[in-house]
Design a protein around this ligand. Sequence first.
Ligand SMILES: [Zn+2]
Length: 508
Amino acid sequence: MRSLYINASIYQQKATKFSVLDGHFDAFYEGLPDGTFDEVIDLNHDTVLPGFNDSHGHFLGLMYIQRQISLDGVSTLKGVQEKIAKEQTLVRASHFNELGFETNALLDRDTLDGLRADIPVLVLRVCGHILMANSKATAMIEAAVGLKQPNEKFDFARGIFYEEAISEALKVFLDPSQDAIEDDLKAGEALCFEQGITSFQTDDFVTYPVPYERIIKAYEALSDTLKIRIQQQCHLNTLALLDDFLAKGYAHARYGRTVMGPSKLLVDGSLGGKTAAMHAPYVNTENKGILNFDQATLEAYITRLNAADMDLSWHAIGDRASAVILNAIEAVPLRQTHRHALIHAQLTGQAEITKMQRLNVGAMIQPIFLDDDIPILKRTLGAKASDTYLFKTLYDTVPTALSTDAPIVPLSPLRNIYTAVTRKSIKHPSVGPHLKDQALSIEEAIDGYTKGGAYFMRDDQLGALKPGYKADFTVIKQLDLTDIESFLTAKVVMTTVHGERVFERSSA
Ligand SMILES: [Zn+2]
């Protein structure tokens, strides 16, 4: 099959036509194309970009979150009560944010009981790192055997659960079958294609409190069905689980376009939840956040990963979390071919970045987090605020890829690029930009979202519009590459993976 696309405004090229042959870009033409074609597609002068590669998110979580009640923008108890009033058996709500809420506090079990005491109520904080439960839900969690007090990761008296205690708590309520997981993966793929995303590096093993192999089996069953390219960031949060995964030969296993990729760990928490591990305490507290692993354990992980030729993509928001990871990488003999990355890295400071440069450790960044963080950076971090979101420094000096971390934030590469370039909050437009000199140019942000992600997928035919590359691209209407404001209104109209049109917006 040889297809010719005409009237295209092609990213970084003078050509206006290109051909695709057997899933790859064949040629780009300024003048008349040669040869014969099976089909000719008119792109109406819309912009053609390489397909977006979301370098970190939660692919399986895209649908999981859609079945929850969103409390985004809800600022009163009455508002929460109205949102959850109709549920019959279980309330699962997400995106609660106490900053801007009338009580300025988490919803503890007494507060939730006041809203709804008859059925279990579970509310996830916007960061995904804190779960709040009413008495009914807390009693069910307490009756299950997984969690034992005392433990700093949860508090039955208040009905509050942090970090790994969240998945233990959720086990009581959530146990999807492999079939249900497959349905979610197929539906999540469609959401990605609508946004021009053609490859996704995803952390799925802990989306549900189920054995990780159930997730792998679901991908395996869909190996001929899923068209999106998936790299699993394999979230195995104990050494025993990692050993099990390696012993079963899952490292680098491939199922169609899905591949088992680097190790994922949550090394610390979030900024909004004040659980990101920091060198200095949060303003007006003695709290320095939570480190989920000590350096010795991380070194034990790295030793095993080295032996299996696996990279690591570890979650590090706080500067102390970044430092401990880098110390661990440095303490174990360095695999010269590694493509390690810190996921997030928004509070990673200049001191840590210097070390990243030395060790060639990359970053998977989410500029869109500025949307929520700009108003709280100074308030929670004080002087350290001016040593955060150093994305231009990262981009210029270490391998750097952009991503949304969806569904923690909406699945929109274009909004993410907007924030990378303007350094402004879309939600809080009255607050000025954060460290404007750390802005990326539009081209840098696009490259970070395409080539940058391909680097971490170790795919040298991905992420660019070039002959011989895989024909993954997206077509965007009303996108002006010289006007960043257009990124907020432009629309993806076509997405193609391996030369196959997997999404076309109807012109109505
Ligand atoms: Zn994430």
